[in-house]
Unconditional design. Structure first.
Length: 188
């Protein structure tokens, strides 16, 4: 398998987009405390940049989720691997995600967290791929809407690699061996 990276968003583009998103969030939550919840692992880089641009009092937490596999693509059931450490009842919660694809993860997570009665629950993502939605989901804050490409860098991975790249790239995979499918290479 040959992999080729094509730049999609540079560090500079990401920096100014994160500033823009943080300005909106600062306006919307002025005078309130915000519990910022990162969805592991992909959101960790974006979240680290975002929170350093936030001006209200902020508490940080993380949640880790995993899809069950093919069965759950239709059912939309997502497994919580690591739950929040904080209780969210009565708090303003902002979920931070790297990319929204089918929408199943956030649809399920939001439903689960809403049941805990937060004061408010919103979602902020750096990337959105709406053309691949299986369920309706619109983020409250979105950095860039992208077409149906597999992307890596800035926290996003392919088989756990590339998360450390400071820019975002389209990953082109060119099969040399026709017995190797995309799934077997470990990319979603
Ligand atoms: P979904 O919206 O439930 O399909 O899941 C979104 C999750 O799938 C993201 O948090 C990523 O972990 C992963 N994902 C979707 N598209 C990409 C991509 O292009 N690159 C890397 N990870 C992706
Ligand atoms: Mg993810």
């Amino acid at each position: 398998m040959l992999e080729r990276l094509e730049i999609l968003f540079t560090e500079e583009q990401l920096r100014s987009k994160v500033k823009e998103l943080a300005e909106q969030i600062n306006r919307d939550y002025q005078g309130k405390e915000l519990l910022v919840v990162g969805i592991l692992r992909g959101a960790f880089v974006f979240m680290a940049d975002l929170v350093r641009n936030l001006e209200m009092p902020v508490i940080i937490d993380f949640v880790a989720v995993s899809s069950y596999g093919d069965d759950t693509v239709s059912s939309g059931v997502v497994r919580i691997l690591k739950d929040l450490d904080e209780t969210i009842t009565g708090k303003h919660v902002l979920l931070v995600e790297d990319i929204i694809d089918t929408g199943l993860t956030l649809k399920y997570l939001c439903k689960t967290l809403e049941a805990r009665k937060p004061a408010s629950l919103k979602v902020c993502t750096i990337l959105d791929k709406p053309s691949r939605r299986k369920v309706e989901f619109t983020p409250d804050y979105n950095g860039f809407t992208i077409p149906d490409h597999f992307v890596v860098g800035y926290g996003l991975d392919c088989a756990q690699r590339y998360r450390n790249l400071p820019s975002i790239y389209i990953l082109h995979q060119e099969c040399q061996d026709i017995s190797l499918t995309k799934g077997e290479a470990g990319c979603e």
